[in-house]
Design a binder for this molecule. Structure first.
Ligand code: SF4
Length: 65
């Protein structure tokens, strides 16, 4: 599973990082989401999906290849 962020949509709440800090971080300059692990390993998929689902802006996108 792959995950991406749309930076123009992200508002920097950091909720994704709270839910899954292995995959989502925060950009130190703009305070927006930074993907730390674009290729999410199977053991983190559930946590990463929850983070994507809980992004209030819909700024995160999953692709399954
Ligand atoms: S929860 Fe969504 S809007 Fe908030 S920092 Fe993460 S990607 Fe950005």
């Amino acid at each position: 599973m792959k995950v991406e962020v749309m930076p123009e949509v992200c508002q920097g709440h950091g909720r994704c990082q709270e839910r899954c800090p292995e995959v989502f971080g925060t950009d130190a300059i703009e305070g927006k989401c930074m993907i730390l692990m674009p290729e999410v390993p199977p053991e983190l998929e559930h946590k990463a999906r929850l983070a994507v689902k809980n992004c209030p802006e819909g700024a995160l996108v999953i692709s399954s290849d």
